[in-house]
Design a protein around this ligand. Sequence first.
Ligand SMILES: Cc1cc2nc3c(=O)[nH]c(=O)nc-3n(C[C@H](O)[C@H](O)[C@H](O)COP(=O)(O)OP(=O)(O)OC[C@H]3O[C@@H](n4cnc5c(N)ncnc54)[C@H](O)[C@@H]3O)c2cc1C
Length: 410
Amino acid sequence: MPQLDAQDRNRVVVVGAGPVGAVVSLALCQRGFPVTLIEAEPGPVEDQRAATVHPPTVEMLVGLGLKDAAWASGLLSPIFHYRDRVTDDLVAIFDVGVLEGEVPYPFVLQWEQYKLVLAALDKAKETGLLETRFSTKLIGFSQDADHVTLQVEVDGEATTMSAAWLIGADGGRSTVRKMADIDFEGFTWPERFIKIGTTHNFLESGRGYCTRNYFSDPDEWLNLFKVKGPGEPGIWRGIFPVPPEEPDEIALSDEGIQRRLQKFLPKTGDFAIAYHALYKVHQRVAASFNQGRVLLVGDAAHVNNPIGGMGMNGGIHDAMNLAEKLDAIRTGAADMDVLDRYTRQRRSAQIDFVQAQSVANKKALSERDPVKRKEHLNGLRRISENLELHKKFLYRSSLIDSLNTASAVL
Ligand SMILES: Cc1cc2nc3c(=O)[nH]c(=O)nc-3n(C[C@H](O)[C@H](O)[C@H](O)COP(=O)(O)OP(=O)(O)OC[C@H]3O[C@@H](n4cnc5c(N)ncnc54)[C@H](O)[C@@H]3O)c2cc1C
């Protein structure tokens, strides 16, 4: 095994330049760690998945120095609506602004994940401690007591790298997790989700929509959010379920895309489509987030359905928690056991909050039993109309409770 030279004694290799890999790299560089970030793709990916950033995550990103970039290319969006798509009734209005004075950033930031990646990489480069290697794919690793040896493929050629720590931020199909033989426990939903981005302005629909809307419907629920996109007029993203019997090519056809939008908001002429994609949707959590010097963060450690916008947020919470613990090990304030605590804390945040909440969100929006459906919608209305319940709801849905509870886990 190669020995680490002085410079590499604290080097961290992060695998995957998605939002969580970029944030953990930035957090580590700012704490003085040299970081090599490797990414299989030839450059940062313009991934149009996550956009919703909840208040505690906004606070973390601001702490990392990303406020100017986030405010410039994101949307501050405090209000969200729950609607009954069957009747088009507005069931409940929630306002994160009621948390003014309790959290420093009482709104949701709608900031697309690819913009966050670019901003985080730029900020990390300012430290002089970030090395990025694109077109570099992890294909294997081994570890001993004081370092990890990685096998990577660059332009089809295999080579090796050494580091003190290996962080797998390589997404739901994580090579790091698979090679560490860590179980990914959970299930896959039978339906897929289709995301459709359009430049059509739903604020002008005359139906009173806001920039973040959840529509309950036993036949076809919908999430409809606005993001800034490349600039005015912005892009609206709808996420709809696709039943198991609908073939991919039908769902993804121009006709299929227009049919879904026209069914929701009939209009003359086609909707202008910015992008679309179909996703398999899973609820899974890794059995462990640490194995010696190998750590998992983000989708590599957990995946969930996107209703409520919690996957990337939870991943960023992993990143911040892990950076603090690696720093404590480096300075001698903690030993390696603290990484078991990382797993306990972040698995608890996942299982008790993100998984539970995202499964409940999906079931509630798609509820078929008319009695349960009515109860749920009436419950949301009652919660939204009572300030204490309204705040309690936001503490849970914004992942504030998940962070508070996890930080108390020993
Ligand atoms: C439609 C949709 C909407 C969503 N909306 C939200 C939202 O609003 N809010 C929210 O919090 N979450 C949301 N999510 C979830 C969010 O997109 C993910 O949680 C997030 O992308 C995870 O980030 P990550 O960095 O962990 O992984 P990824 O974004 O998957 O990045 C992993 C990276 O690793 C690279 N990689 C993989 N294997 C290797 C290898 N062997 N070697 C080198 N590189 C490798 C990949 O190329 C990729 O760039 C949404 C998901 C979907 C599907």
